[in-house]
Design a protein around this ligand. Structure first.
Ligand SMILES: [Fe+2]
Ligand SMILES: [Fe+2]
Length: 197
C-alpha cells in the first residue's frame, strides 16, 4: 500500500531535479555565462505551481491538519517550524521572480541579486526536505492509520486537479526537461566527471 508520505517523498525527488538545475545556474553566473530567460521563467513557474500550490498545499492543507487532529502540536517543532519554512520559500520564490525580471530588463547585466537568490534556494530546500523525510514523515507513519493514508491520498489528488488536469504530470516532465537541458549539458558534466560538482 502506498502511504501518503511516499507520494510526498516522490515529489521531493522531482524538486531535487530543480535544485540541481539551480546549482548549475549559480555556477554559470559565477563564470559569467548568460542564462536564457525562458529557463528562469520555467523555474519560477515550477516553484510557484508545483512547489507551493501543489506540494506545500498538500502538506499544509491536509497532512499537517491531519497530524494535529492526532495530537501533534500545531506550534513549535516540527509543524510550526515547517510552516514557517514554507513561508520563507514563498518569499524566496517572489525574490526569484523579481530578480529574473530585473535580469531580463537589464539585458543580463548585474546578475548578483539573481545569483544570490538562486544560491539561497539551492541551500534552503535540501535542509527542509531532510527535516520532513527524517523527522516528520517517520513520525507521521507511526501516527496515521491506513484509513488516514487513503483519505490523504484522495485529498492530494484533489489538490492536483484544483490546479488543472495533468498539471502534476506536466510539471514533473518540465523538471526532467530542465534537468536534461541545464544539468546534463553543463560544462562540468561534459568535462567527464559524470557528476555535477
Ligand atoms: Fe514542506
Ligand atoms: Fe515536502
Amino acid at each position: 500500500m502506498q502511504r501518503a508520505t511516499d507520494s510526498l517523498e516522490q515529489e521531493h525527488r522531482t524538486i531535487e531535479k530543480i535544485l540541481r538545475v539551480t546549482g548549475v545556474l549559480v555556477d554559470e553566473l559565477a563564470e559569467n555565462r548568460d542564462i536564457d530567460d525562458d529557463i528562469l521563467r520555467d523555474l519560477c513557474q515550477f516553484l510557484r505551481v508545483y512547489g507551493h500550490q501543489c506540494h506545500h498545499g498538500k502538506e499544509e492543507s491536509y497532512l499537517f491538519p491531519m497530524l494535529e487532529s492526532h495530537g501533534v502540536p500545531e506550534e513549535g517543532c516540527p509543524l510550526g517550524a515547517l510552516r514557517h519554512e514554507h513561508e520563507r520559500s514563498r518569499v524566496l520564490t517572489q525574490e526569484l521572480v523579481q530578480a529574473s525580471a530585473d535580469y531580463a530588463a537589464n539585458g543580463h547585466d548585474g546578475s548578483s541579486a539573481l545569483s544570490e537568490v538562486l544560491r539561497n534556494i539551492a541551500q534552503f530546500y535540501p535542509a527542509h526536505i531532510w527535516k520532513e523525510e527524517y523527522l516528520l514523515f517517520p513520525m507521521a507513519r507511526k501516527v496515521l492509520s491506513e484509513e488516514d493514508d487513503q483519505r490523504l491520498l484522495k485529498e492530494f489528488k484533489s489538490v492536483e486537479s484544483d490546479i488543472y488536469s495533468y498539471a502534476h504530470e506536466s510539471y514533473e516532465q518540465l523538471a526532467t526537461e530542465l534537468e536534461d537541458r541545464v544539468v546534463k549539458t553543463s560544462p562540468k558534466m561534459i568535462a567527464g566527471t559524470g557528476r555535477v560538482a
